[in-house]
Ligand binder design. Structure first.
Ligand code: AMP
Length: 540
């Protein structure tokens, strides 16, 4: 027997209409590529999203057409989130940090019809325009006054495109499982893979994400998503803002410490969201100017593990709680959140910090298990570790236009992460399965070692890789970037690590380097380093 409830589809257009009805005055503040600060309301955003929907319809955009963006976090990008998906087209948010050949690959693979582009990225598109012949035209996200001269063909100015359109639009109703947006992973090997989100997955992800147990977003929240709108839809927070009426502060191209502080100082956000490298830059800047982040209550950190030193600094210097979260592009992205609990309030501080280093508990909707190489489930005791498998209604079941099912097992996604789960269901990410170091049959977490190393005041960034070893098969070596002017030695770093890690984890070598390679989403790219240093210890 089926229930008697309405099967009204969950659609992204409902979000912007709801936002306008319930929270028309909620503010959206953006640092623009043009250089100034722009502010308007949810009501304005809804009007302009409908104008955009009319304009896109006139351009001939149809259901399932892919319309791409190459843009920072800003209000026009926000309008595209609703205007494109709302008419049934698919919003493809392109990561401009991908290598040019990867950009060409994904634009052609997605069969993008139009690309909406911020001023910053016009030269990037010009450099690859001959390799993306199927794109019909480009919309430059600015007004007539600041339109650049460009060698791109068939170019329209965004403000001109929407200016004479009506702000009335009847959003179409369709199946909630219709594709809404597309994001490519920035994998470390092979071509990027497409993750195609649906209206349904996007809305229920947002409903879960706003809860107190996840990110705690509500109408009184003022949030600064530094996580880019081209990286898993800025973790879904633009949708969450429309759902709740939270104020949004978009940093645009200004992701350095000084620019972020300027916005934080003027807009007083209480919730910040981004990857650890961004917070490292902000914390260093705050040290330099000797000020504190007084408005900030919580900082959501995901994408890479949050080091203990960062958890402590936010707490002790800025009185801000670091919410450690874990997820992936394939998961829309939220899997777990380490939100503050009542138990944490009464915990000894060091114990709480230790718990905060874990990636948190699954939010409702996400199921997880860890298995060994034979697929046998491992105990949830916080010690046993295994391959982390997940399933849930906002988790991918197949990559876009791909029949490679190697990451999918009996309805579960193999995340490629190695993890522990403890008796309270807290997840601890040990490593990427490709990065974990196997030394004499024992496993060493490169992430834990890196996080311990950046706790040293003179180390800016650390990268640990396993290299070949005669006796132990593999041993860890640490590549580190020193603070400018520092003379810290490898021995100093090893002494610093001595009481923080198990003895057999100690890196055999500490080498200082000028730069470390990163993926397009800012994660350490270890594949080439592993090749380069493979025989380093053998040849010594
Ligand atoms: P992406 O799809 O680019 O968001 O990358 C997802 C991957 O980033 C995950 O599978 C993890 O390996 C890593 N990751 C994300 N969040 C965390 C975290 N809090 N701690 C450690 N690794 C993380």
């Amino acid at each position: 027997m089926l229930g008697n409830m309405m099967a009204k589809p969950l659609l992204i257009s409902d979000l912007i209409e709801h936002a306008e009805r319930s929270n028309p005055k909620s503010e959206i503040v953006s640092r623009r590529c043009e250089g100034d600060i722009h502010r308007y309301t949810m009501h304005d955003a809804a009007n302009r999203s409908r104008k955009l929907a009319n304009a896109l319809t006139k351009l001939g955009a149809k259901s399932s057409d892919r319309i791409a963006t190459l843009a920072w976090n800003n209000y026009r990008h926000f309008e595209l989130y609703f205007g494109v998906s709302g008419i049934g087209s698919v919003l493809h948010t392109i990561n401009p940090r991908l290598f040019p050949e990867q950009l060409v690959y994904i634009i052609n693979h997605a069969e993008d019809r139009w690309i909406f582009v911020d001023l910053t990225f016009v030269p990037l598109l010009e450099s690859i325009k001959d390799q993306i012949p199927n794109v019909e035209g480009f919309v430059i996200m600015t007004d007539e006054a600041t339109m650049p001269t460009t060698s791109l063909d068939n170019v329209i100015c965004y403000e001109t495109l929407i200016q004479d359109e009506s702000n009335q639009f009847e959003w179409p109703e369709f199946d909630e499982n219709t594709a809404a947006s597309l994001c490519y992973t920035s994998g470390t090997t092979g071509n990027p893979k497409g993750v195609l989100y649906s209206h349904r997955s996007t809305l229920i992800h947002a409903m879960s994400e706003v809860s107190r147990e996840a990110l705690g977003i509500s109408s009184v929240t003022c949030m600064l998503p530094v996580v880019p709108m081209f990286h898993v839809n800025a973790w879904g927070v633009p949708y969450a803002a429309a759902m709740t009426g939270a104020k949004l502060v978009f940093p645009g191209p200004g992701m350095d410490g000084a620019s972020l502080w300027e916005l934080i100082d003027s807009e007083q956000p209480d919730l910040l969201l981004g990857v650890p490298t961004v917070w490292l830059m902000l914390l260093n800047h705050m040290d330099d100017i000797g000020k504190t982040l007084d408005s900030v209550e919580s900082v959501v950190v995901g994408g890479s593990a949050a080091p203990l030193s960062m958890i402590k600094k936010f707490d002790q210097v800025h009185n801000a709680f670091l919410i450690h979260a874990w997820g992936m592009t394939e998961m829309s992205p939220i899997g777990t959140s380490n939100a503050k609990t009542a138990a944490m309030e009464n915990m000894p501080l060091e114990e709480r910090y230790k718990l905060q280093q874990k990636q948190g508990k699954p939010v409702f909707g996400v199921e997880m298990k860890i298995v060994d190489d034979n697929g046998q489930p491992q105990p949830h005791d916080g010690i046993a570790f295994g391959r982390l498998l997940v399933r849930g209604p906002w988790i991918i079941k197949q990559y876009y236009k791909s029949d490679d099912m190697s990451n999918f097992e009996d309805g579960w996604l193999d995340t490629g992460d190695v993890a522990t789960i403890d008796e309270n269901n807290y997840l601890g990410i040990v490593d990427r399965s490709k990065d974990v170091i196997k030394s004499g049959g024992e496993w060493i977490s490169s992430i834990d070692l890196e996080n311990a190393a950046v706790g040293h005041d003179d180390i800016v960034e650390a990268c640990v890789i396993g290299v070949a070893h005669e006796k132990w098969d593999e041993r860890p070596i640490l590549l580190a970037i020193r603070k400018p002017g520092s003379a810290v030695s490898g021995k100093d770093v090893q002494n610093f690590l001595a009481d923080k890690i198990a003895k057999f984890w100690m890196p055999d070598e500490v080498l200082f380097v000028e730069n470390l390679p990163h993926t397009a989403t800012g994660k350490l790219l270890k594949i080439d380093l592993r090749k380069e240093y493979h025989d380093y210890l053998m040849n010594k």
